[in-house]
Design a protein around this ligand. Structure first.
Ligand code: C5P
Length: 420
């Protein structure tokens, strides 16, 4: 009898994706997606739009997919090989990535004037769309209308993620990362168990040492707008904060993760509240109370522009002055709260020198129970590992360099001990 693993491989080898690559900077991610799909044995037949071909070459797509790349609605050669109607039905799933505002708009209004839009009209197969566009375009009411229409028509979506965009703005609009994208495709094909087989089943969120407890975690940077396209921010990937949230959830804790703009997926079992500015983060934290523990990992911008211009500020050729006002210290606010002060308030501190002394001063000034300090002079941002020293009222604990995920787990265990 065939093993479940080989049965799964056999099923995947029968699966076919028709991948429509649209015109956007995120098109490069499709190359990795094709590689991942092929690695899982799934056949990929690419369709490249004219705009898509400005970003990736037909040759790269053909080489990775090991199939012909279809580009033209009116190609005699293509039509002789396979008519466009037949092409639209030649796969189990049609995937559009990156799905531009234009492609989404066309599909929502039933236009069909090129190969990609014709396939979307003619197909009788499920469609999965991965939007990628500038944040303002994604937030535009027209796009929202079109997305709602497609959803009503049975089209499913993956992403977009939030984060820094190629155009320099922050917000939702980034195309889903290839690994998350692969997962969405396998789910849509009814093969979600493939991912589980690789990563192990999701850890049970059953009772743990933090069951019945509630924690607040802040993570990521904040973004303080100066005008519709510019703003102030801090460097922070959010990885450490997300790892703390994940570590707490694994121990059964109810976790509210208040996150600035990041490109990270929400850890399992965690409730995420997305914010942009420090003021929004402060309000979301206040709303999350009461909690047993608060862990402030976010890199909150210390200042915000006093005035946010309605229009893009123009160059004058003479430089300029921007007035800044100080943001509230969220950690300090929580630690010194008269009402609903969490039993445990933990801060993080990124230092470039005198790590321990600075952490001790911060502990005192902010009134928190513990400071987790790290030396950022040698580049921690966006990395997987971190070296931290824990400075509490009782003493100092230096941890060896371990992954941010491990720091999250160890800190969660410490919190469980303190709240027991
Ligand atoms: O003072 P500093 O920014 O170095 O302190 C870092 C700690 O304070 C972190 O835990 C950070 O999340 C928190 N913080 C905050 N609100 C601010 C500034 C920092 O919660 N406005």
């Amino acid at each position: 009898m065939a093993s479940p693993a080989s049965e799964m491989e056999f099923r995947l080898a029968q699966r076919r994706i028709l991948l429509i690559v649209g015109g956007g900077i995120a098109a490069y991610k499709c190359l990795e997606l094709v590689r991942l799909l092929k690695k899982h044995g799934v056949a990929v037949r690419p369709v490249l739009t004219r705009a898509g071909a400005e970003f990736v070459t037909p040759l790269s797509l053909a080489a990775l997919s090991e199939d012909k790349v279809y580009q033209d609605l009116f190609s005699l050669t293509d039509e002789q090989e396979m008519g466009h109607i037949e092409l639209s039905r030649s796969a189990d799933l049609v995937v559009v990535a990156p799905a531009t505002a234009d492609l989404i708009g066309k599909a929502a209004s039933g236009l069909a004037n090129d190969l990609a839009s014709t396939i979307l009209m003619a197909t009788d197969k499920p469609v999965l769309v991965a939007p990628a566009m500038n944040v303002r375009m994604w937030l535009h009411p027209a796009t929202a209308r079109n997305v709602a229409q497609l959803q009503a028509d049975g089209v499913s979506f993956v992403g977009p993620d939030e984060g820094e965009m190629a155009c320099g703005e922050f917000g939702p609009g980034r195309m889903a990362e290839p690994a998350a994208f692969l997962k969405a495709i396998l789910e849509r094909l009814g093969e979600a168990q493939v991912i589980e087989a690789q990563t192990g089943p999701a850890r049970p969120r059953g009772p743990g040492p933090l069951t019945g407890k509630r924690a607040l975690v802040t993570a990521g940077p904040t973004f303080e707008p100066a005008d519709p396209v510019r703003g102030l921010t801090n460097r922070s990937s959010g990885k450490q904060g997300y790892a703390v949230a994940a570590g707490l959830a694994e121990l059964g804790c109810e976790v509210i993760l208040v996150s600035g703009p990041t490109a990270l997926p929400t850890p399992e079992g965690v409730t995420r509240v997305d914010v942009e500015t420090a003021l929004q983060m402060e309000a979301a934290c206040r709303e999350a109370l009461p909690v047993n523990a608060a862990v402030c990992v976010a890199a909150v911008a210390d200042w915000r522009p006093e005035v946010i211009a309605n229009h893009k500020i123009k160059k004058t050729g003479q430089g300029g002055v921007m007035r800044l006002v100080e943001n509230p210290d969220i950690l300090e606010g929580l630690a010194k709260a008269k009402e609903n002060r969490p039993r445990l308030v933990i801060g993080f501190a990124a230092e470039t020198d005198d790590v321990e002394a600075n952490a001790r001063a911060k502990l005192k000034k902010k009134g928190c129970d513990l400071i987790v300090a790290n030396d950022v002079s040698s580049g921690v941002f966006g990395e997987e590992d971190n070296t931290v020293v824990l400075v509490g009222r009782g003493g100092v604990e230096q941890w060896e360099t371990v992954s941010k995920a491990e720091i999250g787990r160890r800190l969660a265990a410490k919190i469980a001990e303190a709240l027991a």
